[in-house]
Design a protein around this ligand. Sequence first.
Ligand code: ZN
Length: 135
Amino acid sequence: MSRNRGRDTKPEKLLRKACWSVGLRYRLGSKVIGKPDFVLGRAKVAVFVDGCFWHGCPEHYKAPATRADFWLKKLQSNRMRDELVNIQLAAEGWTVVRIWEHTVKRDLSAAVETVLQARQASSRVPSSSAKAAFT
Ligand SMILES: [Zn+2]
């Protein structure tokens, strides 16, 4: 939802900073499908921080009182887009990590841990280029 949330809203910045401080070297994902907040290029991990409102977090999403129909459709289309992005990224060999905005705010180290685990998991899967290099 790059139109709906700025590239540098606070939770995203917080998570990037924390990831950097544990030694993760990322780049911004603006050129990648779905525009992840950042990517670990070599491990092909795409990280999204999903806003509780825009992505319909089960804990914090409250439908606005006015224009309920509009907002419901908006949420549904955002979710559908998220799904599509997940599928497209996976098809290209990416590991997709989605972290709720509230997790970043509430437990930053848990959020960082999720990213670290995704990197580890994805580095265990030999990429096609690695295989090619050994044959
Ligand atoms: Zn939430």
